[in-house]
Design a protein around this ligand. Structure first.
Ligand SMILES: [Zn+2]
Length: 77
């Protein structure tokens, strides 16, 4: 499956994290434990509100690094 970046965004424990784990077809199931880019093992949360959570600043920085995109000016560090 084609993925533009070597990671996926995944809501878990109150924040939107990024993970380099292989994403199962149809997305991570609820409670699926992923290794996040901020080095935590967190269970995925696929509830509707979960996608409205704020982005984990640490994962955001790492995701930008992995994608080769500089952080926007004024971004969280
Ligand atoms: Zn994170």
């Amino acid at each position: 499956m084609y993925r533009p970046h070597p990671f996926s965004w995944i809501p878990a424990c109150g924040k939107r994290h990024a993970s380099a784990d292989t994403k199962p077809l149809g997305g991570y199931p609820n409670g699926f434990v992923v290794a996040t880019l901020c080095r935590h093992q967190l269970p995925a949360d696929n509830s509707d509100v979960a996608w409205l959570w704020e982005t984990c600043p640490e994962c955001n920085v790492k995701a930008h690094e992995l994608a080769g995109i500089p952080m926007p000016k004024g971004g969280t560090r």
